[in-house]
Design a binder for this molecule. Structure first.
Ligand code: UD1
Length: 430
């Protein structure tokens, strides 16, 4: 397995181009299954999660054509998806095991083709990750659902029926799945306590362009008036707020100054407010943000993760790395996932002073310096936090198991090298 080697201590300066949002691309690619016409998606990130999902769609029978282009020194990726006639309505274990978001085929295949078999994704490092909201909601819409041999087997006789559904948690995944399913249902569906993440708004914009009738964008109550048919479309994916937030911390932790080109400040309000409270300057530009931490004495600030527009759980590990080298104490509270402090023992190996209380809280007491060490990635965002700690540390850090990073951070070493980081990938065969 590849590793990443970092020699810490370089302040980072320059520009980072923010890529298309992974967590928007995944449901939107699956939304292409709702029509037999071509759906062309621009600004798709170049990530192994996109490759994995494309492989799943190919085995369902989707024709996929793609290209990569250079635009202002930044590489972008476009794919056209066309599912004129599916050859399989099964999402097998081997695909879902590699990429949980494969579950986004559930809503579209069921509502359009009336049958789907989806391997249950199971838990993962950050928590149990149940699917009860997805499945109960589809049952409320008239689907019959069975769990057989590790698979969800879902059927409907005729069309799904509109229903009034109240989610017990504002789940991003369930909101996307039920939204997609409801577009082709008979009658009206109301989703209460829907997620309001920007990724949902982008999916709604795509679905509307395809002919869906949806009200309530950016609110927690969505009303979907079912239509008979959706059509092909061209759509540009929004940029990745989590990638932008991650590089913002890289500028801060190295006391550098980095422009995040194409970052959307609107999506980053809460984490950028926290960053400013640590003493870092955050300025909007014409097409992004400038993060300036030169001569900044970092101050520890408490963090509480929450549903959007609250502080994103997907930036918790990166901000915790920052608090490790800030003055004073910071309480980090994780309210979304029950097991999202796996980066803590690794940060402690690098000299951080962190005490975890139960599953949900950690007290971070800042230390003057971290020191490089061999560390182990456990999940995507935790891996980036270890890279950040390595960039700030004295000496050499080796991050093992970097396949996690390849799932969610496009051309990571390249982007870091361009802003002056001493970072390289050690290939398995080296
Ligand atoms: C998505 C993101 C992930 C992010 C998370 C929360 C993708 C591919 N992944 O994950 O990076 O950390 O949102 O912002 O977009 N829940 C249930 N029952 C369900 C579904 C969820 O109880 O049926 C609970 C979960 O256990 C969790 C909370 O709801 O506590 C949020 O989960 P959810 O928003 O569904 O996360 P994902 O969509 O899987």
């Amino acid at each position: 397995m590849d590793k990443i080697k970092i020699i810490g201590g370089n302040p980072l300066f320059g520009k980072v181009y923010i890529s298309g949002a992974k967590n928007t691309a995944l449901p939107i690619i699956c939304a292409s299954l709702l029509t037999d016409e071509p759906v062309t998606l621009y600004n798709l990130p170049i990530l192994s999660d996109i490759t994995s999902l494309n492989l799943l769609l190919k085995q369902i029978g989707t024709q996929i054509e793609g290209r990569q282009e250079e635009l202002n020194g930044h590489i972008t990726q476009t794919f056209t998806y066309c599912t004129a006639k599916p050859t399989s309505l099964i999402a097998p274990y081997d695909y879902v095991r590699k990429m949980r978001a494969s579950y986004y085929v559930l809503g579209p295949l069921l509502t359009k083709y009336r049958h789907v078999e989806l391997s249950l994704p199971g838990g993962c490092a950050i928590g149990a990750r149940p699917m009860d909201i997805h499945l109960n909601s589809l049952e409320q819409m008239g689907a019959s659902i069975e769990i057989k041999n590790g698979y969800v087997v879902a059927d409907i006789k005729d069309r799904l029926k509109g229903a009034h559904i109240v989610f017990h948690s504002a789940s991003v995944g369930a909101t996307c799945n039920i939204l997609m399913a409801a577009t082709l249902a008979e009658g009206d569906t109301i989703i209460e306590n829907a997620a309001k993440e920007p990724e949902i708004a982008d999916l709604i914009n795509l679905l509307r362009k395809m002919g869906a009738d949806i009200e309530g964008i950016n609110t927690s109550t969505l009303t979907i008036h079912g239509v008979d048919k959706l059509h092909g479309v061209e759509h540009e994916i929004i940029n990745d707020r989590i990638e932008a937030g991650s590089y913002a911390v890289a500028a801060a932790i190295t006391h550098g100054c980095v422009e995040l080109v194409n970052a959307n400040p609107e999506y980053l309000q809460c984490p950028m407010d926290i960053l400013q409270k640590t003493g870092v300057s955050v300025k909007k530009t014409e097409n992004g943000l400038i993060i300036d931490a030169q001569n900044t004495k970092l101050q520890g600030i408490d963090i509480y993760t929450d549903y959007y527009p609250g502080f994103p759980t997907d930036l918790q590990a990166q901000f915790m790395a920052l608090m490790c080298v800030a003055d004073g104490a910071a309480m980090v509270t994780e309210s979304i996932w029950e097991n999202r402090f796996m980066h803590v023992p690794e940060l402690i190996r690098m000299g951080a002073n962190i005490n975890v209380h139960g599953h949900a809280s950690a007290i971070v007491r800042g230390v003057p310096k971290l020191s490089g060490a061999p560390v182990m990635s456990t999940d995507l965002r935790a891996s980036f936090a270890l890279i950040l700690a390595g960039l700030a540390a004295e000496g050499e850090t080796i991050v093992n198991r970097v396949y996690h990073l390849d799932r969610g951070y496009e051309r990571l070493e390249e982007k870091f090298k361009l802003i002056g980081a001493n970072i390289e990938r050690i290939k398995e065969s080296d």
